[in-house]
Design a protein around this ligand. Structure first.
Ligand code: ADP
Ligand code: MG
Length: 185
């Protein structure tokens, strides 16, 4: 088990957003949390990654687990190029070489637009760069909060393939959320 949550609960004031959920994720597995808007998906991810404190419950990671997160809203700089964005982030990690940036540009298919400003990219292109950014640190588990939201059908497929490939080739554990049943297929 790479990650386990027991009795996870989150109250916002007197509103219960997440109620007593139990989750278990095996190392290398591909997992999705499905639910409509407001179901508590983002809240759940925020608790699992330590961004929000659970009102109740326990979160247990396997020792030395590295995590990567693709947030619903991008955290990259619109006025920098794709490569600049990734290079700046790479510098923030100890022991991540510059080669990792080129490796991810290749792996996520960013080569053709690596010198383009992030702010000028299409939705699907941006999402792929966001995923590359989250993979810089070679995480053992990658969290993606609604990675296909707002994308065209063909672009959704493209993102799904990229995530599947990361799972299969890097053995990265995947945990994504979605409100889209077609993602689950
Ligand atoms: P999802 O990501 O599935 O759409 P969220 O986790 O964002 O759901 O939200 C779950 C519920 O918690 C919703 O009813 C939302 O309005 C509420 N909520 C989320 N964040 C906060 C907050 N910071 N304060 C109060 N209520 C919140
Ligand atoms: Mg959400």
């Amino acid at each position: 088990m790479i990650l386990q949550a027991k009795g996870l609960t989150k109250n916002y004031g007197d509103h219960t957003a997440v109620k007593d959920i139990n989750l278990e994720f095996k190392k290398g597995s591909f997992n999705a949390i499905l639910g409509p808007n407001g179901a508590g998906k983002s809240t759940t991810i925020s608790m699992l990654i330590g961004l929000k404190r659970a009102t109740n419950g326990q979160i247990i990671y396997a020792p030395n687990t590295r995590i990567g997160v693709v947030f619903q809203a991008s955290v990259l700089d619109e006025k920098l190029t794709v490569k600049e964005n990734l290079a700046i982030r790479a510098k923030q990690y100890k022991g991540i070489t510059y080669n990792r940036v080129d490796e991810l540009i290749h792996q996520l298919g960013l080569t053709a637009f690596q010198k383009q400003l992030y702010g000028t990219l299409s939705g699907g292109q941006k999402r792929r760069v966001d995923i590359a950014r989250a993979l810089l640190s070679k995480p053992d588990i990658l969290f993606l909060d609604e990675p296909t939201i707002g994308l065209d059908v063909s672009v959704k497929d493209n993102i799904r393939r990229a995530i599947t490939q990361i799972n299969q080739e890097e053995e990265t554990t995947i945990l994504l959320t979605t409100h889209d049943l077609s993602d689950i297929e």
